[in-house]
Design a protein around this ligand. Structure first.
Ligand SMILES: [Zn+2]
Length: 419
């Protein structure tokens, strides 16, 4: 990685001129978009004739995967990237790379799996932006503990005098990380809410903590206050980061603001307050994110935030609300289950429901894929050291009420299950 490149983005974002008005922000965005489209016309066959953003189609995961080979700007073929990502997912022995390009697999919430390509330049820009937006005042000497699902090379970026990242792999039981975490004494902790809950319950002293960020999952009501108290913080911070980009972060007042200096977000309004974000990232070059519609629903915040930022404020993020499973006394994160399921082929829609202490239902829109899904799940249980639950395969029926939850636990179980 290039520390210099990361540092330049960090400095520009953190100390560069910030738009003082909404109009100035929009002018800045239009300038970045024009420049980005110029690059894409030259390098992405799919965007060869796109001169204005509105010429580009609104895109979702299925469309992005269908046009993968022509969309990306580095000539990577979907079949090659997919084969590599799946092999890495199954073995967990290596971070998948095609030459210098990192290949990521996303389970997402709709349809089948998605593939993402990230170049070193993309990654350094990402790291610079995240650091600029997240480091507390007094920039140096931070130790950042990151609890994340996929050991994607994306996250193993920055280790310098300025900051030190330590990555904690969530595919091994959390108990195995506790001693190391205490010794590392992070100043910043970044983890999904389900992990924050486990860490809070474990009651470890993390005396040097200056900030705690919730990422990747939606917070339940009241959780922010619970975690802030548990970790001795004034407030819990949030990062809204997904495969499609770094989309929002909390300001000093604890309010979520869209990351509109790096992405344009076109709202598709569902009602007066709620909208689906359509995202254009100005700087992701390898696999362009242009007018990409997310599955999340954002709730706009009324009025201006007291922090004075011109970036649009949001009340909360809805969606992506998968459950964790409790199997054999162990917590199994929804994302691990999703990833195992989508490693199999032959279906597009699925749902996994825990119905008892050792009972799962797997709903598939094509049951001929059941043996392949069963094999992937068995491999997961084995990796986690869990006795395979009794698993029943059923036809998938669309249920609008729960459409965003791919993995669900209907069985309540013992609340104090061991980690
Ligand atoms: Zn604010």
């Amino acid at each position: 990685m290039s520390k210099l490149r990361t540092a330049v983005v960090l400095a520009k974002t953190r100390w560069g001129p910030r738009p003082r008005t909404r109009a100035a922000l929009e002018r800045y965005q239009q300038r970045r978009i024009r420049k980005h489209l110029r690059f894409l016309r030259a390098r992405s066959p799919f965007y060869a004739h796109v001169y204005a953003l509105t010429d580009a189609p609104v895109m979702d995961k299925a469309m992005m995967m269908a046009h993968f080979d022509r969309l990306n700007t580095v000539g990577v073929r979907r079949t090659d990237a997919e084969a590599l990502a799946l092999a890495a997912e199954r073995s967990r022995d290596f971070a998948p790379m095609l030459d210098t390009i990192a290949v990521g697999l996303s389970s997402g919430t709709s349809g089948h799996r998605g593939l993402f390509l990230v170049s070193p330049a993309d990654r350094d820009a990402w790291a610079g932006t995240v650091l600029a937006q997240t480091l507390p005042p007094g920039l140096t000497g931070h130790r950042i503990a990151l609890f994340l699902r996929a050991n994607n090379a994306l996250y193993e970026t920055v280790r310098s005098k300025l900051v030190d990242f330590r990555y904690y792999d969530l595919t091994v039981p959390i108990t195995q990380h506790l001693a190391d975490l205490a010794a590392y004494a992070p100043t910043i902790l970044v983890a999904p809410p389900s992990v924050l809950r486990l860490l809070a319950d474990a009651g470890h002293e993390l005396g040097d903590l200056q900030r705690v960020y919730s990422v990747a999952e939606v917070l339940d009501p009241g959780e922010a206050e619970t975690f802030a108290t548990a970790f001795g913080q004034e407030r819990l911070h949030q990062l809204y980061q997904c495969t499609e980009g770094f989309l929002a972060h909390t300001c000093a007042r604890g309010v979520l603001h869209l990351n509109e200096q790096q992405v344009l977000i076109e709202p598709e309004w569902l009602d007066e307050d709620r909208f689906v974000p359509v995202v254009t990232d100005f700087s992701r070059r390898t696999q362009p994110i242009v007018r990409y519609r997310l599955n999340d629903v954002l709730v706009a915040r009324r009025g201006r935030c007291a922090c004075g930022s011109v970036l649009r404020a949001i009340e909360r993020i809805e969606g992506r609300a998968d459950d964790t499973l409790l199997l054999g006394g162990a917590v199994v994160f929804a994302d691990l289950v999703s990833r195992a399921v989508i490693a199999a082929d032959g279906f597009t829609e699925y749902r996994v429901v825990q119905t008892g202490p050792a009972n799962l239902e797997v709903h598939l829109d094509d049951l001929s894929a059941a043996p392949a899904v069963r094999a992937e799940l068995d491999a997961l249980w084995q990796r986690l050291g869990i006795v395979a639950p009794s698993t029943e395969f059923l036809p998938y029926a669309a249920d609008p009420a729960v459409k965003r939850r791919r993995v669900r636990r209907d069985w309540q179980g013992a609340e104090d299950a061991a980690v």
